[in-house]
Design a protein around this ligand. Structure first.
Ligand code: ZN
Length: 275
């Protein structure tokens, strides 16, 4: 088993705030992963991609990517769907070039569709994306469908597993915090891993952060805060070690790599050795 830990985006504490500067900081902190954030736009170009590929390989940093937020493959507006496909494809194309293993995507809103209708529409649009990936020779990077927090967003755990089961080449991107928020502040890590078994994944990609509690509504909301215990990290680490799961856990905490270090220390305290 192998565990990969690192921040979502460039290290906040790196002096050199570029992607390559962040990689050096990750190495210095003895972490081993980073997510490249294309959330506003795909900022890496064909020209800069080879350098990122080379440096990450040289330093042993495993990469994932986050696709732009403005994606909705279930929109009623054809232009939004087409634009979403274009953004996803561009994220996948550049991710392939930098050697990223998986692109996390907030794939859709229900947009007035029932879950079944949304799945049908998604499957057809995902097929178009895979056809284009094939045409463009994109064959290594995976498309990861993220588990989402808000009820307007497609993607509770069961829905994501259903799509991944039916569409070859799509994998779940587990956002632990989103599952916790969607379930009103509850998560059973063991149950999540049990449910995922049907997909026979050889590696699990995931995000971890903690969520804010809104004292007025009495609910947890999809706002990330530094690690406290909503949800707790240690039971997740224990479950991963018990099941010997290969996993990437990207910290989406506001203090990014500082929480990755806490995750690393938690695994080490439980007996895992990072090589
Ligand atoms: Zn996300």
């Amino acid at each position: 088993m192998k565990i990969f830990l690192g921040p979502a985006g460039n290290c906040a504490t790196a002096e050199d705030r570029t992607t390559l500067g962040s990689f050096r900081k990750i190495k210095e902190l003895k972490l081993n992963a980073q997510e490249i954030e294309f959330v506003r736009k795909v900022y890496v170009t064909e020209k800069t991609a080879p350098e990122i590929w080379k440096k990450s390989k040289e330093l042993g940093i495993s990469l994932t990517t986050h696709a732009p937020y403005a994606i909705n493959l279930c929109s009623n507006a054809k232009s939004i769907v087409e634009n979403s496909k274009r953004m996803l494809l561009e994220s996948l194309r550049i991710s392939e070039m930098i050697g990223s293993e998986c692109v996390a995507a907030h794939i859709a809103y229900y947009s007035g569709l029932s879950p079944e209708q949304a799945i049908k529409k998604l499957k057809s649009n995902l097929k178009d994306i895979f056809d284009k990936m094939k045409q463009n020779g994109i064959k290594n990077v995976k498309l990861g469908l993220e588990t989402m927090a808000r009820i307007s967003q497609f993607g509770n755990l069961d829905e994501i597993i259903k799509v991944c089961k039916e569409v070859k080449g799509v994998v779940p991107y587990i956002d632990w915090c989103h599952i916790f928020v969607r379930n009103n502040g509850n998560i059973n890590y063991s149950e999540v891993f049990d449910k995922l078994e049907i997909l026979k994944l050889d590696h699990i990609y995931s995000h971890f952060s903690n969520s804010k509690y809104n004292t007025i509504s009495g609910k947890f909301v999809d706002v990330h805060v530094p690690m406290n215990s909503n949800p707790s990290f240690e039971p997740l680490a224990k479950e991963i070690l018990k099941r010997k799961i290969d996993i990437t856990i990207i910290s989406e905490s506001p203090i990014l790599e500082e929480d990755s270090i806490i995750m690393k220390e938690t695994f080490e305290k439980l007996g895992y050795k990072f090589s």
